[in-house]
Design a protein around this ligand. Structure first.
Ligand SMILES: [Ca+2]
Ligand SMILES: [Ca+2]
Length: 207
């Protein structure tokens, strides 16, 4: 490169691998003792690696025949079927006020018959979400359909809202719609005994 003489302006441009300089026309009335260097380096483009996973199904898998079974005191297995090939998986966590399912178990296989084994602790109820082709299904609870006794509306708290929920379903058939939720003492009837059951559990909640 050529160093500028006093009284002139130099522009230097740094490109990848070389420094290019050029002398600008002299400024008549000023003495310039500084060199201004303008660096324009091309930033390397970051290419985000594409996911290696290949999903063979284009539609949303329909999940049927869901079954859960305890393998031993420390693990359980979930099996299910999808109508199209899918990579399955399972998100789960203990039932909590936050509703979080922090544990993920991938299946690492593509097919229509699915099986995932996951770790459990004895005497604990879990919230489980099946995931197929990265699409999360609705959540369900296991081993009990809903582990919080007296929590008829399933909001993780036992309070006045549960009493109202049951009152609105009094004497209705347990098998209709979601009426089963109101039968909190599980005697196949929705009556005063369910209201008393809730009263005895008032102000309890999920951990
Ligand atoms: Ca409730
Ligand atoms: Ca009942």
């Amino acid at each position: 490169m050529v160093w500028p003489s006093a009284g002139s302006t130099m522009m230097a441009t740094l490109t990848t691998g070389s420094l290019v300089t050029s002398e600008l026309p002299e400024v008549a009335s000023e003495t310039v003792n500084e060199v201004t260097v303008a660096v324009s380096a091309t930033r390397p483009t970051k290419v985000k690696p594409s996911r290696a996973k290949m999903l063979t199904g284009l539609g949303i898998p329909v999940v049927v025949h869901v079954s859960l079974a305890e393998v031993c005191s420390a693990s359980s297995s979930a099996t299910w079927t999808t109508d199209i090939p899918a990579e399955g998986g399972l998100n789960y966590g203990t039932v909590s006020l936050s509703g979080a399912t922090p544990n993920t178990v991938p299946e690492n296989a593509v097919g229509t018959s699915h099986s995932v084994t996951f770790a459990i602790a004895a005497g604990t109820n879990y919230k489980i979400i099946l995931v197929n082709n990265e699409i999360a299904g609705s959540s369900f609870y296991w081993p009990r359909p809903w582990p919080i006794e007296g929590d008829a509306n399933m909001d993780c708290r036992v309070n006045i809202l549960d009493l109202i929920f049951i009152r609105n379903k009094l004497n209705q058939a347990v098998g209709t719609g979601d009426n089963w939720k109101a039968d909190v003492n599980e005697d196949t009837r929705i009556n005063i005994l369910d209201l008393i059951f809730v009263r005895n559990k008032l102000n309890t909640q999920c951990p």
